[in-house]
Structure formats: C-alpha cells, structure tokens
Write a protein that binds this ligand. Structure first.
Ligand code: CTP
Length: 219
C-alpha cells in the first residue's frame, strides 16, 4: 500500500492572473500540467486530493476536489482555507506582484502620453504562509523556476520559506518546464537531492511522489 493512501494532499497549480482593468491582466505561461499530473498520480495512490487551480484549460482529474481561482490573493485564501492537510505541494506559478489597484474602467490612452507606469505591490507568499501556519502540513513542498545556479537558489528558498522539499525547474532550456509536455526537476531537501527526468510530466510526478513517500515515512 502507498504511504499516501488516505492522506489529504493539497496541490496548487497553474498561473495566477492579476487584473489591471476589466479587460487586461498580468499573467504567466504556466499551463498547470505539472500540478494536474501530480494530482492525478496522487489520486491513483489513494490520496484525497484538493486541487486549487489558477486559470488553466485542463480537465479535472477524476476524484479530485477542484477549487478554481484567478488571482494570487484568491489562491492564497483558497489554499489556507483548505487546511488542514497532510501534504502541501505548491506547483503554482503565483504572481510575485499585483497592481496596487484594479481600474474600474478600461484604461485609455492619453494623447501625448507615451509611457504608462503601473504600480505593483508584492503578493502574500502562499508557500511560506502554509509552512508557518498553525495547521502546518507534515510535508510542505515548493517549486522554483531557475535559469542558473539552480541548487544555490533552491536551497536558499528551502530555508527562507521553511519548507521541507523544493523541486527546481530548469527554465529557459528546450523541453522543460512551462508549456512543455516534458519536465526535468532537481528535487532538493535538507540532506539530499535527486534529479528527475527529462521525462513526461506524469513520470516526473510519480518520481516526485516516490520521494515524498520516502520523506513522509521518516518525518
Ligand atoms: N509562491 C507562493 N506564493 C507567492 C509566490 C510564490 O506560494 N506569492 C510559491 C510557488 O507556488 C512556488 C514557489 O513559491 O512553489 C516559488 O518561489 P518563488 O520564490 O516565488 O520562486 P520564483 O518565482 O522562482 O522566485 P524568484 O523570482 O525569487 O526566483
């Protein structure tokens, strides 16, 4: 039997959209496929999965409880409200900044004005807040998108966010990460690390769940 059987696993997936005005937003290229693959694989291992999804075009994995959100603030509320959970896996590409205010009407060009300054404010860090919540899951797993110095940056995030494991996505190289069918992850925890892939996101998801099972068994 899988160590995940009967466990409540909370997964966040996809991008967030931060509205500027009624017709425009700031988004990113996350497809949500890595998080959905993890949700599917966890359900197959008997877990009870709550999937908090940003705006994505993906079918709900059979058996998942899906909560759709749009913005970083909505994702923050949905994830924190879904606690307690045994495990949190934060795969979402959450916007780090959001417009200070959403204009109530469509922003118009102003004759003679060639620049537009948007003021952005930092969003709340969902992963860090889950990791320090009173109902902290036993295992908190984050993701990181890195182009260089992958291990150094990933270890920095592991410590700064007080999480148990981080899966670093190498972005900026073909066949990896955002909008791709395949993925390569460098999974890092306090006293170890393992490379998964390049493989399909489902195969990489299975590898990540194997590592999570190992950690949860000794946690
Ligand atoms: N994350 C989050 N809430 C935020 C921002 C990020 O939960 N407001 C989570 C993501 O779900 C992901 C991890 O934090 O699991 C990514 O960490 P972050 O430090 O934002 O990584 P990068 O975006 O790669 O950051 P940086 O720009 O500092 O490299």
């Amino acid at each position: 039997m899988s160590a995940l059987d009967g466990k409540r696993i909370l997964v966040s997936a996809g991008p967030t959209f931060e509205d500027i005005d009624p017709v425009r937003f700031i988004g990113n290229r996350s497809s949500g496929r890595m998080g959905f693959a993890i949700a599917e694989a966890a359900i197959a291992r008997g877990a009870q999965v709550v999937l908090v999804a940003g705006p994505v075009h993906l079918a709900t994995p059979t058996g998942a409880q899906r909560i759709d959100v749009r913005s970083a603030a909505q994702m923050h509320d949905a994830v924190l409200s879904a606690l307690p959970a045994d495990i949190y896996i934060g795969t979402a590409a959450v916007a780090d900044f959001t417009p200070r205010a959403v204009a109530g009407h469509k922003l118009k060009k102003v004759p003679g004005q060639d620049t537009l300054v948007l003021e952005l404010v930092k969003t709340a860090d969902i992963l860090a807040d889950v990791a320090t919540a009173t109902q902290r899951p036993r295992l908190v797993v984050g993701f990181a998108a890195e182009t260089n110095d992958v291990e150094t940056y990933a270890r920095g995030k592991l410590a700064a966010k007080r999480i148990d494991m981080i899966a670093a996505n190498r972005v900026g190289i073909a066949g990896c990460g955002f909008e791709s069918d395949d993925n390569t992850l460098d999974v890092i925890w306090a006293d170890g690390q393992r490379r998964l892939g390049p493989e399909s996101k489902r195969v990489v998801a299975e590898g990540l769940l194997d590592l999570i099972e190992e950690r949860i068994s000794i946690a």
